[in-house]
Design a protein around this ligand. Sequence first.
Ligand code: PA5
Length: 442
Amino acid sequence: MLKVDVSSALSFLPQDWFTARQAALEEARVKLENGSGAGGEFTGWVHLPRDYDKEEYARIKAAAAKIRSDSDALVVIGIGGSYLGARAVIELLASPNYNLKKKDGPDIFFAGNGLSTDALLEVIDLVKDRDFSVNVISKSGTTTEPAVAFRIFKALLEEKYGKEGAKGRIYATTDKARGALKGLADREGYEEFVVPDEVGGRYSVLTAVGLLPIAVAGIDTDALMAGAAEAMEALAQGGADNPAWQYAAARHALYEGGKKVELLACYEPSFRFFAEWWKQLYGESEGKENKGIFPASVEFTADLHSMGQYIQQGERLMLETVVRFDQSRGEFTIPHDPENVDGLNFLAGKNLSFVAEQALRAVTLAHVDGGVPNLRVDLPRRCERAVGQMIYFFEYACGLSGYLLGVNPFDQPGVEAYKNNMYALLGKPGYEQQKAELEARL
Ligand code: PA5
């Protein structure tokens, strides 16, 4: 089971950092387990690794097998919670270079996660002359970015395969009853998957939202779900040994002690999008009522040569959480060089993972000396089971953290402000007065 190590943060923590929060953690645990806290109607993810819809899960696998057999590319359309989880897991477990690798599944492209004309045109260009399918994912079915992208890929598929042919290549993941995408999918007869009512976007990676693209990438979803289920069992037991309790308590105590930014760091470049997923999870869950740790991320060792300066000596406002995988998937031995121009022959014969481990140890000590408390999340290896555990761990610790902070960890009222302004400026019917007011201000 995943472990949390707080030893390199202890010198920054008050003695009672855990005991002072134990009662609040127990309260938060009960709220998560029975959905009795703020936003409790969105705690469906808590028991999801056990209570998921088995019939739908089988359909997800069947759809993934079909896509793998009839498509050279899959376009996954979605944004935020309907995007980041799938990409995080595919990059972490398959590879950020997944599309470049020799494989027996299709390339996977992501679209509808922004409003860049150039990015959209590029994906169109990359798939239009190949056999492709589309998985459009939107819980509300009304989000502008994916809706615009879907119009385009739907038209492209219909032009290429005819309306009937396109129908067999479009997979819609949306609300079970409501929304524009649901209506369209029903009318057109697309295969549909459900974003459960009680699971918010950023907690939805282990539903069809994440699982269909992940399965198309050839990742073992059974092992992913099994890992999450192990974490669910383990984290439901409260107490000082619970890693989610340790993480939530430590970061909350550090926040109260003035650490307002949390850097999530990892020594695996494939972790980059997992950190993006984590940032949404924590940023949207905690950042409200003028409170919350600002979640940021760095990739080590690359960013030690850029952000390292700030981390070591800039404003002392951050804590660092390092995700560490114990074993690499392969091994690389540093060769001997008879000329030894770089003076590195003292490393000849050593494994690169040994060097990386010494880097991690050196960085931890330096950052602690520089005033940056370090928390560590330890996992055995970069495999489905461990990643399933980690997903659930971060979700559960996030729920606990939100309740410790006294906010609703499951809403996101703040994301509506820009959307309303944008609808008004774009001339959406019903927004006429707001448009005039905004235009006057601009
Ligand atoms: O977490 C969230 O609620 C958001 O990030 C949403 O997932 C995102 O805005 C996409 O929404 P939808 O799935 O309704 O298109």
